[in-house]
Design a protein around this ligand. Structure first.
Ligand SMILES: [Cu+2]
Length: 292
């Protein structure tokens, strides 16, 4: 535990030193926020400007990670959300140790669930990323307090969230000045499934992910690279529990955004088969082949 804390502290000071910088090589990446995913913590800045923002998350851990992004209601303080997260995580860990049954853990959560809980707004974030991969996702951020969480599970079924994978970022009124990215490729996500407009070609490609509606449970989009003939079925099956290890290589994506909003994500498409997947709606998937 001591070592874990030291890792987090080290990452935090590193990121405070180099929070926001312009990337001169990519015209659209004017406001890049580096995030590091380790087993099991995020290294992220604590304060960033508002407006269009590219999160570039490198997975330096040994398991798949995700950076779900949510905007908390304005009345919620950092101390309040941290206290709530810690209490919930503590009860969940007690449940995994067999000290309380799952019904008791649920009862404890219901007793502390705040009235504002349903008003948390999902705000995109980086999709599932395999170890060694870097995910780049661009979303528009209004000022406020945001929460980063990972809900992937360890091989023994504990969510990364309860293991410590949660962080908070204050988005300030200061504007990032970044323009909305431009791309010819748009993936529309709705109850009717996934619809791709434009063509994904070989090499680095920016895809706009447009959320047309917000069903319950919410959609999200993750990109898998398929390495075997049967891995489409494996990838879909893995979405059910998202428990380590993943059978395919995950390359990022865009978490849910309110209906009518878009986020963007970059990936490098080498020849092969790629599958766009929605975690909660496994029937919503789209296979893309990149020829040699
Ligand atoms: Cu994780």
């Amino acid at each position: 535990m001591k070592m874990c804390l030291r890792v987090i502290a080290g990452l935090t000071s590193f990121f405070i030193a180099g929070v926001v910088f312009a990337n001169p090589t990519a015209a659209r990446a004017e406001n890049v926020i580096d995030v590091m995913a380790v087993d099991y913590a995020f290294g992220a800045p604590t304060e960033i400007p508002s407006g269009w923002t590219t999160f570039r998350m490198k997975n330096v851990g040994s398991e798949v990670h995700v950076m779900s992004l949510a905007r908390l209601p304005e009345t919620v303080s950092l101390a309040e959300i941290r206290k709530l997260n810690n209490a919930y995580a503590s009860d969940q860990r007690r449940m995994h140790r067999g000290e309380i049954i799952s019904e008791k853990a649920l009862e404890l959560w219901e007793a502390m669930e705040p009235a504002w809980w349903p008003r948390i707004e999902m705000h995109g974030g980086v999709g599932f990323i395999s170890p060694g991969q870097v995910g780049e996702t661009t979303v528009y951020l209004q000022p406020g307090l945001y929460e980063l969480t990972c809900h992937i599970k360890t091989a023994d079924g504990k969510s990364h969230f309860i293991m410590g994978m949660r962080a908070h970022i204050r988005v300030t009124p200061q504007a990032s000045g970044m323009q909305e990215p431009e791309t010819d490729v748009r993936l529309t996500v709705s109850r009717d499934g996934l619809e791709l407009q434009g063509e994904i070609s070989r090499g680095e490609q920016l895809v706009e992910v447009h959320y047309a509606d917000s069903p319950d449970p919410l959609h999200d989009i993750h990109l898998a690279r398929l390495d075997e003939n049967d891995s489409q079925a494996k990838a879909v099956a893995w979405m059910d529990a998202v428990q380590a290890p993943a059978p395919v290589t995950m390359l990022g994506g865009v978490g849910h955004l309110s209906a009518g909003k878009s986020g963007y994500f970059d990936a490098n498409y080498t020849p092969g088969s790629y599958l766009f997947l929605c975690q909660q709606h496994p029937e919503e998937r789209l296979l893309v082949e990149i020829p040699q």
